[in-house]
Design a protein around this ligand. Structure first.
Ligand code: HSE
Length: 437
């Protein structure tokens, strides 16, 4: 049968992995797809590197626009990244009637609505399994495997760099800065790690998951994003003593008031499976009304794990290529005319439990002052632990765990607490999730 012809834009780590796995498993892939899938053209600025990888098996050019306009190409794989030229190329490929496979989470989270609308118009597929959690087939699971369910919430460790850093901080009791440097030396963290450590990468991914879970448009601009750069090793230690681990979670939840869409460091009970996901691994919990909680775990980055997702998309597109566009799985899991505009809740309106750490003078009346503020703001305390002051110190740490409360109430309480003469400096606040039902 006539092979499916692929044009690859960018042959960096993931591109090279895709090339390798596609060649190594060509026979199995062809048996699954019903026809061979072959890369016929690669666009790469570093032509010498591309030639070295492809070894004369396909054309290598330095002009990606030539590939998206090449009549021989049926599917374009976009592995350039970012929202600049990658967006132009994807839109051009779609306009030229080509299917697109992309790992570009930023592009989809920020411009997915426009891209899917264009793809719809042209009757082509845009597949993006590799955009979230690398090799973990979470898009397929949410969009197809769980399609009987009303999805209630999703919580995921969807950034390996930050999970590696948090694991090391906990394991070795090191500071964020020390571990970040180590992560950069080992190649886990990029030279400019901002997108990872400040939660932006995870926010791109949870935005995509939120859209396919609830049938809503991509709304990255409404996501609440807080990274791990301000996290203190002390809080990781205290959390551990209380039976919790701190993870950077992407969370999206459907509530009667709207959809929560947020990324932040989160205390989760150490007994949960996801709390034990260590190092650069990814894991996502999806709670469906029928199935209950399901957990997906694996490598969220790397050449061959990500290639695994890219090639699964190539096989899907190859199988569905001749199907009527209406008979394909919709891009965002729900039929395009069935998307709903549920509001994304501002973080002030989100309800969670909180871990609060206060530095206080160790003297009579301190607890009374603090608990009065919390009572005034209708915040119910679940646990309160006072640490022993260090030798010769008259200050100590006070840890408070709250019951469910609105974030705006906690904001108001913290503002008042920080004005109390018994409280020293800033109050540390970390959100908590039970991740039970
Ligand atoms: N930089 C990401 C991570 C991988 O650390 O998980 C690609 O999304």
């Amino acid at each position: 049968m006539k092979p499916m012809n692929v044009g690859l834009l960018g042959i960096g780590t993931v591109g090279a992995g895709t090339f390798t796995v596609l060649s190594r498993n060509a026979e199995e892939i062809s048996r699954r797809a019903g026809r061979p899938i072959r890369i016929v053209a690669v666009a790469e600025k570093d032509v010498a590197r591309a030639n070295e990888i492809t070894q004369g098996t396909c054309r290598v050019v330095d002009d990606a626009f030539a590939v998206v306009s090449d009549p021989e190409v049926d599917i374009v794989i976009e592995l350039i990244g970012g929202c600049g030229v990658a967006k132009e190329l994807v839109l051009k490929a779609i306009a030229n009637g080509k299917h697109v496979v992309t790992a570009n989470k930023a592009l989809l989270a920020m411009h997915g609505n426009e891209i899917f609308a264009e793809a719809q118009k042209q009757g082509v597929m845009v597949a993006f399994e590799a955009a979230v959690a690398g090799g973990v087939p979470i898009i397929k699971a949410v969009r197809e495997g769980l399609s009987a369910n009303r999805i209630e919430w999703i919580a995921g460790i969807i950034n390996g760099t930050t999970n590696f850093i948090l694991s090391e901080m906990r394991d070795k009791g090191l500071s964020f800065d020390t571990v970040l440097k180590e992560a950069q030396r080992l190649g886990y963290a990029e030279a400019d790690p901002t997108f990872d450590i400040e939660g932006v990468d995870a926010a791109h991914k949870i935005t995509i998951l939120s859209a396919i879970a609830f049938g809503i448009p991509m709304q990255f601009d409404k996501a609440y994003i807080e990274g791990i750069s301000q996290l203190n090793a002390k809080d990781i230690k205290y959390a551990e003593q209380l039976g919790y681990r701190i993870k950077l979670l992407g969370i999206t939840r459907r509530t009667p008031a709207g959809v929560e869409l947020r990324v932040h460091p989160t205390l989760i009970p150490a007994k949960r499976l996801i709390a034990n996901v260590e190092g650069a691994m990814n894991a996502v919990v999806v709670q469906g009304d029928a199935v209950g909680a399901t957990l997906y775990y694996g490598k969220g980055a790397g050449a061959e794990p990500t290639a695994s997702a890219v090639i699964a998309d190539l096989i899907d597109v190859t199988r569905m290529h001749t199907a009527d566009p209406e008979h394909r799985v919709p891009h965002l899991a729900f039929q395009p005319d069935q998307l709903v505009d549920l509001p994304i809740l501002p973080i002030a309106e989100v309800q969670t439990c909180f871990y609060l750490r206060l530095r206080v003078h160790d003297e009579p009346g301190v607890l009374a002052d603090i608990t009065r503020v919390l009572a005034d703001e209708q915040i119910s305390i679940d646990a309160l632990i006072q640490k022993e002051p260090g030798d010769g110190e008259d200050e100590t740490d006070l840890i408070l765990l709250t019951h469910l409360t609105l974030e705006k109430r906690v904001n108001a309480a913290i503002a008042r607490l920080e004005k109390l003469s018994v409280v020293v400096g800033k109050v540390t606040r970390i959100r908590m999730e039970e991740l039970g039902k």
